[in-house]
Design a protein around this ligand. Structure first.
Ligand code: ATP
Length: 209
C-alpha cells in the first residue's frame, strides 16, 4: 500500500504571500498531502547576505498568521532552532526520522527546482524527500520538463498543475519601500503585521539589520 504523504515547505518567507499559499493548496490537493509543514529558514543558503531580511522570529510569526485558517497546515520552528545556515537537507533528514511511515514531498517553485543541483548535497536530499514543483512562470514549463527528466534517476519528482502566480516577496518588499499598495498579494493579517511593525521601509531595515 502506498505511504501517506506529508508536504514540507521551506523558504525565507520574507514575507509569506499568496503565491506560497497557492502552491500549498495546489500541492495539498493534487498530491493528496495529509498535512503541510511550513519551515521558515533561520538563515537561507541563497540569501545569507540579503539586507532587507526581517528577523526569523517575525517571519515565523507571519507564517503562523497566514496559515491560521488553513486546514492541515502548520508552521514548524525546526530550522529556527538550528545553528548556522538552514540547509534543507538537515530538515528533510530530521522529518524523515519523525515520520518514517510517510512519504515526504518537499514543495518548491520552479526557480528553486531549476537550480536544484546547487542545493547542499542534493543527491542525498532526494533520498529523504520527493519534490513537488509548481511553475512560477509559463516560460519555465519546457525547462521544468527537461529538469524532471534529468533528476528522475535520483528521486521522485511530482509536477503540480495550477495557474501561475507571479507574486514574489521581492515584489512586495519593493512596493513597501515605494509606499505602494501591496495588500492584494498576501493575507490581510500579514498585511497588518507588516504595517504595524513598519517592515521593509528603508529606516526599519536599518534597525532590523
Ligand atoms: P524572494 O522574492 O525574496 O526571493 P520568494 O517570493 O521567491 O522570495 P521564498 O520564501 O524565497 O519566496 O520561496 C519559498 C518557496 O516558495 C520557493 O520554493 C519558491 O520557489 C516558492 N514560491 C515563491 N513564490 C511562489 C509563487 N508565486 N508560485 C510558486 N512557488 C513560489
Amino acid at each position: 500500500m502506498a505511504k501517506p504523504r506529508i508536504g514540507l515547505f521551506g523558504g525565507s518567507f520574507n514575507p509569506i504571500h499568496n503565491g506560497h499559499l497557492h502552491l500549498m493548496s495546489a500541492a495539498k490537493e493534487q498530491l493528496q498531502l495529509e498535512q503541510v509543514i511550513l519551515l521558515p529558514a533561520r538563515v537561507s543558503p541563497f540569501k545569507q547576505h540579503q539586507t532587507d531580511m526581517v528577523s526569523a522570529a517575525n517571519r515565523y510569526a507571519m507564517c503562523q498568521l497566514a496559515v491560521e485558517d488553513f486546514s492541515d497546515c502548520r508552521v514548524d520552528d525546526f530550522e529556527l532552532q538550528q545553528k548556522g545556515v538552514s540547509y534543507s537537507l538537515f530538515s528533510a533528514r530530521h522529518f524523515s526520522t519523525c515520520f518514517p511511515n510517510y512519504q515526504l514531498i518537499w514543495l518548491m517553485g520552479s526557480d528553486m527546482f531549476l537550480q536544484f543541483q546547487q542545493w547542499y548535497h542534493w543527491e542525498e536530499f532526494l533520498e529523504y524527500a520527493a519534490l513537488g514543483v509548481l511553475a512560477r512562470s509559463d516560460a519555465d514549463q519546457e525547462k521544468i520538463a527537461i529538469q524532471q527528466e534529468r533528476l528522475s534517476p535520483y528521486g521522485t519528482i511530482f509536477l503540480c498543475e495550477a495557474p501561475v502566480s507571479t507574486v514574489s516577496s521581492t515584489k512586495i518588499r519593493e512596493k513597501c519601500k515605494k509606499q505602494e499598495n501591496f495588500s492584494c498579494y498576501l493575507p490581510q493579517k500579514v498585511v497588518q503585521y507588516i504595517i504595524s511593525h513598519g517592515f521593509y521601509k528603508e529606516d526599519q531595515m536599518r534597525k532590523e539589520s
